[in-house]
Ligand binder design. Structure first.
Ligand SMILES: [Zn+2]
Ligand SMILES: [Zn+2]
Length: 818
């Protein structure tokens, strides 16, 4: 066994750490080890075993947690690529790749040491000489610990470690006292942390309940077991308000038995809606599937951009492709956006793929996630469907990765490591000689550009299924509406008339307003100030039903002001409209209509989301109002009208992606109309009716929009023509944020970075967020190597200047510059 091990630890430092490998240990590359780090013990991943003696003294590995790698060679390589590309610490990358935290049970234990035994012995001989400078209470506590530990080691030569929790509850001493005893070697401490196998559950089985002589606690336990069929997970019984020793007593008396069983798992608990296989494909779908299958069979890397208009049946192509992969005995991963993975979708997938599918979504507990991970790792599940991090699923013989709605921003992780799952999917497919399919009705500029440059094959589904037409879009100019009606309108006369018409025909309507809450701004007419969040430079939003002012960035809440908090004036006005107010307005206009709202305030989980959509689908609702959540790819046939209110507000933001996002949102929401037999219509209310994003969306002219937007990006040196990174310097203290960003600004100025443009430092558009003051730099370069080289040098300089690594955020390929 090599003498040293390089370990990647989940700490914000761009390095790996070398540890000594103890004689009896045999760590493996890609496996987990427990190591001492500063005052803590951390789990890390072994990245290399070697015999190169480091110049500094090394500590030893405490324990080896895996006998075989949890990250295979390919995933280790993928992790290194992410660390390098996104300038993220390797240990933090590995932590995001492995959902195995639940498996690891941290524990320390103690045993009595030689000095402790001597102390105990001396005290026994001289009777009352338990004397020192310590208080009598401290002494008494220490001797309670010694007595307890000595009592455990009754047989000579026996080594008994007592877990800290047990020792403390038996003796009532604090951690401080134990620490003091360790220092003077009266007792010794050992790490007894262990990996619990998540694929197995420890259960308690009832053997005999007939014994009459039970105390109250014992009876509670026996009755609980009997009531649930005589078998329960041990955690369930430990959660009862019964002393923990009860379980042991019952086992000793032979009334119960502790057993280990494979853990139950459920792919899905909902009933499938309908079988989606076999599919009835049109010729474009057939051609797309054929293309996909040929690429998979070639067993070499290929990228495909599947551009299909809304309602063109992309999902059916994905599922048929994955089914073919499974039938060939290989593996596939389907990535879906955050909100898309509802219980009904899971049930459908279960129907198609049986128990060979693993579904990873955000509602899973850590333990369930670990169970699915093991099912995938063992090869029991070869089809994986999940959100962002499912791209790291440990499948073997990967043949296909599909990224559905590849333009969706939930694929970008907005905390370290700030990776984009679509781009990671492409890299993983390259490493595995697999095929990656990025699918969307509104591809990102990056993917469209790659297809134009022939890096990806472009496959199009130009028509809706069954030749249904795309909806007609009518633009309503809200400036004109204001001139004609003499007041600011939320719902134009045109939209109102069209809604009424649909209700008369018993058809359904969706109305989009991409802003939640009741009123987005509270303004004082006397001093002109707004009510801002305490932690962020952001106006608080009024939420009427909750009777609160809420910050949408950090969650801070305040009571609804009766008077101005700045000057005390009573003339406070609630301005603007959010989805909550829109729902109220629509109720007022159409009192007979059944109206529901879909946004982050009404949807707490996937179940809420699905319940509302099912109600719409089953005809129990006439109108659904909501934020962009209503625009996400669901398929409801009764909706013939979509109203869009202020969807273009993003066009006013200082962000180069504003036009792209607006085009995508307008196209996606328009795509909800007319998916059934009756044709659809879209009313698009706007203050920017001449803006090209609005015009091209209204004409369903994808190519037109992309060509125009690409020209603009090229001209402004923005992605996809330049690699871009946003560097944010943050601190709770304004002075510090200014000082650090000034220091880095001077460094950028004094060190010419050929081929890299640096803008800033400038105040971030949101200057203060979650208590941090924020300044930023935007770096652009046509060369990714040069960009990353500059960023790496900047981080080294920042570290040299003692700017904490956590206060410098490097966001490579940033989606937001706010
Ligand atoms: Zn005021
Ligand atoms: Zn806030």
């Amino acid at each position: 066994m090599p003498e040293f091990s390089d370990v990647a630890l989940p700490v914000p430092l761009d390095m790996v750490f070398t540890y000594h490998v103890p004689a009896e240990a045999s760590p493996v590359a890609g496996g987990r080890v427990l190591v001492p780090f500063r005052q803590q013990r951390l789990t890390g991943i072994v990245v290399e075993l070697h015999d190169r003696k480091p110049s500094v003294k090394t500590k030893s590995i405490l324990s080896v947690l895996d006998a075989s790698p949890v990250l295979d060679e390919q995933l280790l390589r993928l992790g290194r690529w992410i660390a390098d590309y996104y300038l993220a610490p390797l240990g933090e990358v590995f932590r995001s790749m492995l959902p195995l935290n639940a498996e690891f049970k941290r524990a320390v234990a103690y045993r009595i040491g030689k000095e402790g035994q001597t102390a105990l012995h001396l005290a026994g001989m001289s009777g009352s000489s338990r004397r020192s400078q310590r208080t009598p209470e401290e002494q008494a506590a220490e001797f309670r610990v010694l007595d307890y530990l000595a009592a455990q080691e009754s047989a000579p030569g026996e080594i008994v470690h007592v877990r800290e929790q047990t020792l403390r509850s038996a003796t009532g001493v604090s951690k401080v006292v134990l620490g003091g005893m360790v220092r003077k070697k009266w007792i010794s401490r050992a790490d007894v942390s262990a990996v619990r196998d998540a694929t197995r559950t420890i259960k308690v089985a009832l053997l005999n309940s007939a014994d009459g002589k039970l105390n109250e606690n014992q009876r509670t336990m026996v009755e609980t077991l009997a009531a649930s069929g005589g078998r329960l997970p041990v955690e369930t019984l430990q959660a009862l308000e019964v002393p923990r020793t009860t379980l042991g007593t019952l086992a000793k008396r032979g009334l119960i038995e502790i057993i280990e069983e494979p853990a139950d798992f459920a792919v899905s608990r909902s009933k499938p809606r309908s079988s989606r296989l076999p599919f009835d494909f049109n010729s474009a779908q057939q051609a797309a599937l054929q293309r996909l299958r040929e690429a998979v069979d070639a067993r070499t890397f290929a990228g495909i951009l599947l551009h299909g208009v809304t309602g063109s049946g992309k999902t059916a192509v994905y599922l048929a492709g994955m089914r073919a992969v499974l039938d060939a005995g290989r593996s596939a991963i389907l990535l879906v956006p955050e909100i898309g993975l509802t219980p009904a979708v899971a049930a459908d997938l279960h129907q198609i793929f049986g128990d060979e599918v693993a579904i990873l979504h955000s509602a899973l507990s850590d333990k369930e996630r670990a169970q699915h991970w093991h099912r995938i790792k063992s090869g029991d599940a070869r089809i994986v469907v999940g959100t962002r991090s499912a791209v790291f699923a440990p499948v073997s013989d990967l043949a296909l990765i599909i990224v559905d709605e590849e333009h969706d921003s939930s694929y970008k992780q907005e905390e370290a490591p700030r990776y984009h799952a679509r781009d990671v999917a492409v890299m993983r497919a390259k490493m595995a000689n697999a095929v990656v399919v990025a699918g969307s009705a509104t591809p990102s500029l990056e993917s469209y550009y790659n297809a134009k440059k022939h890096k990806y094959a472009l496959v199009e589904l130009p028509d809706r299924v069954e030749q249904r037409p795309l909806p007609e879009v009518e633009i309503v100019d809200m400036r004109e509406e204001f001139q004609k009606t003499g007041q600011e309108q939320v719902i134009s006369r045109k939209l109102s008339a069209e809604i009424k018409e649909r209700f008369d025909r018993k058809e359904q309507v969706m109305v989009l307003l991409n802003r939640r809450g009741y009123s987005p701004v509270v303004l004082c007419r006397t001093c002109g100030k707004t009510l801002e969040c305490q932690n962020c430079a952001i106006a608080l939003t009024h939420h009427k039903r909750e009777q609160k002012m809420i910050c949408h960035y950090c969650g801070y809440t305040a009571s609804v002001p009766q008077a101005c908090v700045h000057c005390g004036s009573e003339y406070v006005y609630f301005l603007g409209t959010g989805s909550e107010k829109l729902e109220e307005l629509l109720h007022g206009m159409f009192p007979q209509a059944r109206i529901a709202r879909l946004d982050r305030d009404t949807v707490r989980g996937h179940e809420d989301f699905e319940r509302t959509l099912n109600a719409l689908s089953d005809g129990e609702l006439d109108l659904l109002v909501g934020t962009q959540m209503i625009a996400k790819g669901h398929d409801i046939h009764g909706v013939t009208l979509v109203g869009v209110i202020g969807a273009d507000s993003a066009l006013g933001l200082p962000d180069f992606r504003a036009a792209e996002r607006t085009f995508q949102l307008l196209t996606q929401v328009a795509g909800r109309a007319g998916r059934g037999i009756a044709p659809g219509k879209v009313i698009l209310q706007t203050y920017f009716q001449d803006h090209y994003a609005v015009q091209y969306a209204a004409h369903h002219d994808f190519a037109g929009f992309y060509e125009k937007e690409l020209r603009f990006r090229n001209w402004m040196h923005y992605p996809p023509y330049s690699a871009l990174a946003n560097v944010i310097i943050r601190s709770h203290l304004l002075d510090e944020a200014l000082h650090w960003s000034g220091t880095l600004g001077r460094w950028f100025e004094q060190n010419r970075h050929e081929g890299v443009r640096v803008l800033g430092p400038a105040a971030s558009p949101i200057l203060r967020l979650k208590r941090d003051y924020r300044y930023h730099f935007v770096l652009k370069s046509p060369s990714r190597e040069k960009l990353n080289g500059t960023l790496r040098a900047m981080l080294a300089y920042a570290s040299h200047q003692k700017i904490p690594r956590t206060q410098v955020i490097v966001d490579v390929d940033a989606l937001w510059l706010m």
